[in-house]
Design a protein around this ligand. Structure first.
Ligand SMILES: Nc1ncnc2c1ncn2[C@@H]1O[C@H](COP(=O)(O)OP(=O)(O)OP(=O)(O)O)[C@@H](O)[C@H]1O
Ligand SMILES: [Mg+2]
Length: 112
Protein backbone atom coordinates (compact mmCIF):
# COMPACT_ATOMS: atom_id res chain seq x y z
CA UNK A 1 0.00 0.00 0.00
CA UNK A 2 1.07 3.57 -0.63
CA UNK A 3 0.24 6.82 1.05
CA UNK A 4 -0.08 9.70 -1.35
CA UNK A 5 0.09 13.24 -0.05
CA UNK A 6 -0.49 15.98 -2.59
CA UNK A 7 -0.28 19.69 -2.01
CA UNK A 8 -2.30 21.37 -4.76
CA UNK A 9 -3.77 24.73 -5.63
CA UNK A 10 -6.99 25.18 -3.67
CA UNK A 11 -8.63 26.26 -6.95
CA UNK A 12 -7.88 22.76 -8.33
CA UNK A 13 -9.29 20.83 -5.39
CA UNK A 14 -12.83 20.32 -6.76
CA UNK A 15 -11.50 19.05 -10.10
CA UNK A 16 -9.03 16.69 -8.42
CA UNK A 17 -11.71 15.40 -6.04
CA UNK A 18 -14.10 14.70 -8.93
CA UNK A 19 -11.42 13.04 -11.05
CA UNK A 20 -10.38 10.75 -8.18
CA UNK A 21 -14.01 9.82 -7.55
CA UNK A 22 -14.33 8.99 -11.26
CA UNK A 23 -11.40 6.54 -11.12
CA UNK A 24 -13.00 4.82 -8.12
CA UNK A 25 -11.28 6.43 -5.15
CA UNK A 26 -14.08 7.22 -2.68
CA UNK A 27 -12.02 8.36 0.30
CA UNK A 28 -9.47 11.00 1.17
CA UNK A 29 -8.46 13.38 3.94
CA UNK A 30 -8.08 17.05 3.13
CA UNK A 31 -6.39 19.90 4.96
CA UNK A 32 -6.02 23.58 4.37
CA UNK A 33 -2.29 24.31 4.62
CA UNK A 34 -0.02 27.28 4.24
CA UNK A 35 3.44 26.84 2.85
CA UNK A 36 6.03 27.99 0.40
CA UNK A 37 8.05 26.49 -2.37
CA UNK A 38 11.13 27.71 -4.15
CA UNK A 39 9.73 31.27 -4.27
CA UNK A 40 9.87 31.59 -0.44
CA UNK A 41 12.53 34.29 -0.58
CA UNK A 42 10.21 36.72 -2.35
CA UNK A 43 8.73 39.37 -0.09
CA UNK A 44 6.81 42.56 -0.61
CA UNK A 45 6.61 45.72 1.46
CA UNK A 46 3.17 47.28 1.94
CA UNK A 47 2.61 50.28 4.24
CA UNK A 48 5.90 49.67 5.99
CA UNK A 49 5.32 45.99 6.75
CA UNK A 50 7.09 43.22 4.89
CA UNK A 51 4.98 40.25 3.80
CA UNK A 52 6.33 36.99 2.50
CA UNK A 53 4.29 36.62 -0.67
CA UNK A 54 5.44 33.02 -1.12
CA UNK A 55 3.43 31.94 1.93
CA UNK A 56 0.23 30.89 0.20
CA UNK A 57 -2.84 28.85 1.23
CA UNK A 58 -2.97 25.44 -0.46
CA UNK A 59 -5.02 22.31 -0.12
CA UNK A 60 -3.40 19.07 0.94
CA UNK A 61 -5.00 15.74 0.18
CA UNK A 62 -3.96 12.43 1.70
CA UNK A 63 -4.97 8.95 0.60
CA UNK A 64 -3.80 5.42 1.30
CA UNK A 65 -4.37 3.08 -1.64
CA UNK A 66 -3.16 -0.23 -3.09
CA UNK A 67 0.02 -0.14 -5.16
CA UNK A 68 -2.06 -0.63 -8.31
CA UNK A 69 -4.29 2.33 -7.53
CA UNK A 70 -1.31 4.50 -6.56
CA UNK A 71 -0.19 4.86 -10.19
CA UNK A 72 -3.69 5.91 -11.31
CA UNK A 73 -4.03 8.36 -8.44
CA UNK A 74 -0.67 10.01 -9.16
CA UNK A 75 -1.30 10.29 -12.90
CA UNK A 76 -4.79 11.71 -12.27
CA UNK A 77 -3.47 14.37 -9.88
CA UNK A 78 -0.68 15.24 -12.33
CA UNK A 79 -3.17 15.61 -15.18
CA UNK A 80 -5.81 17.62 -13.32
CA UNK A 81 -3.77 19.80 -10.94
CA UNK A 82 -1.21 20.97 -13.52
CA UNK A 83 -1.41 24.50 -14.88
CA UNK A 84 2.22 24.60 -16.02
CA UNK A 85 2.91 27.63 -13.82
CA UNK A 86 5.17 27.77 -10.78
CA UNK A 87 3.38 26.84 -7.57
CA UNK A 88 1.33 23.91 -8.91
CA UNK A 89 2.37 21.93 -5.84
CA UNK A 90 3.90 18.55 -5.17
CA UNK A 91 3.08 14.88 -4.69
CA UNK A 92 4.76 12.78 -2.00
CA UNK A 93 4.51 8.96 -2.13
CA UNK A 94 5.27 6.73 0.86
CA UNK A 95 5.14 3.03 1.70
CA UNK A 96 2.47 2.10 4.23
CA UNK A 97 3.18 -0.77 6.61
CA UNK A 98 -0.31 -1.44 7.89
CA UNK A 99 -3.90 -0.23 7.94
CA UNK A 100 -6.49 -1.36 10.49
CA UNK A 101 -10.23 -0.63 10.32
CA UNK A 102 -11.11 0.24 13.91
CA UNK A 103 -14.75 -0.98 13.67
CA UNK A 104 -13.95 -4.63 12.97
CA UNK A 105 -10.18 -5.06 13.18
CA UNK A 106 -9.77 -5.77 9.43
CA UNK A 107 -6.13 -5.42 8.45
CA UNK A 108 -4.26 -4.44 5.28
CA UNK A 109 -5.89 -3.88 1.87
CA UNK A 110 -9.17 -5.27 3.26
CA UNK A 111 -9.28 -2.24 5.55
CA UNK A 112 -8.94 0.36 2.79
N1 LIG B 1 9.77 19.81 -0.14
C1 LIG B 1 8.57 20.16 0.34
N2 LIG B 1 8.14 19.66 1.52
C2 LIG B 1 6.91 19.99 2.01
N3 LIG B 1 6.05 20.81 1.38
C3 LIG B 1 6.43 21.33 0.21
C4 LIG B 1 7.71 21.05 -0.38
N4 LIG B 1 7.79 21.71 -1.55
C5 LIG B 1 6.63 22.36 -1.69
N5 LIG B 1 5.81 22.15 -0.64
C6 LIG B 1 4.47 22.66 -0.43
O1 LIG B 1 3.86 22.77 -1.72
C7 LIG B 1 3.40 24.09 -1.95
C8 LIG B 1 3.59 24.45 -3.40
O2 LIG B 1 4.95 24.30 -3.70
P1 LIG B 1 5.46 24.78 -5.13
O3 LIG B 1 4.57 24.16 -6.15
O4 LIG B 1 5.59 26.28 -5.14
O5 LIG B 1 6.89 24.06 -5.14
P2 LIG B 1 8.19 24.52 -5.93
O6 LIG B 1 9.24 23.53 -5.56
O7 LIG B 1 8.45 25.97 -5.64
O8 LIG B 1 7.81 24.28 -7.45
P3 LIG B 1 7.42 25.38 -8.56
O9 LIG B 1 8.69 25.74 -9.23
O10 LIG B 1 6.45 24.69 -9.47
O11 LIG B 1 6.77 26.54 -7.84
C9 LIG B 1 4.20 24.94 -0.99
O12 LIG B 1 3.48 26.11 -0.69
C10 LIG B 1 4.36 24.03 0.19
O13 LIG B 1 3.19 24.08 0.99
MG1 LIG C 1 7.15 27.41 -6.11
Amino acid sequence: MKKIEAIIRTSKFEDVYEALTEIGIPFMSTYEVKGFGLEHSSSQTYRGATYNVGFIPRTKIELVVTEDHAKDVVSTILRVANTGKVGDGKIFIMDVESVIRIRNGEVGELAL
